[in-house]
Write a protein that binds this ligand. Sequence first.
Ligand code: AR6
Length: 166
Amino acid sequence: MIEILRADITALKVDAIVNAANNSLLGGGGVDGAIHRAAGPELLEFNRTLGGCGTGQVKLSPGFSLPARWIIHTVGPIWHGGEKGEAELLGKCYRNSFQLALTHDIKTIAFPGISTGIYGYPKESAAKIALTVMQQYEAQLILIISCCFSMEDVDIYSRELEKLRQ
Ligand code: AR6
């Protein structure tokens, strides 16, 4: 089941939340900053051992002080106009997150809109990619949450999901 929810992702009690991180995995602004604050300083300490993360790739950490058991860190592409493989890389973030989830018995997972904040990816096209991959894995998980931070994002994701379901 795919659910579009307006929430602070750090408050969700799911098996895993996904972090829209940067290549260093050492924290930043946006959802990444919120996750580091809520998980506590052990997260930074742990992530120092991970050796960073390539764009489109994923790394796993415990959730530490979060209600979620795991954090899947992924690095979305920076939007450069759409001709630099952004769509392919964004799709990889979602696919690789699901592949990692499946090997760790993760049945409930929440995603933020990867790349749609500081990295500038246009929201409609990002939502379409996110929801298309979510649909491909829907049968293998119990709950996939598309976590939106604003009502505007809820509207965008709901519209795109409706189009895909038709
Ligand atoms: N819960 C859910 N969604 C959130 C939250 C939250 N607490 N906070 C922000 N969002 P962004 P990016 C939404 O900028 O574009 C960091 O500095 C936000 O409204 O967090 O992938 C990293 O270290 C937007 O829809 O991630 C990187 O340097 C979405 O999360 C860079 O930003 C993603 O926005 C990554 O940029």
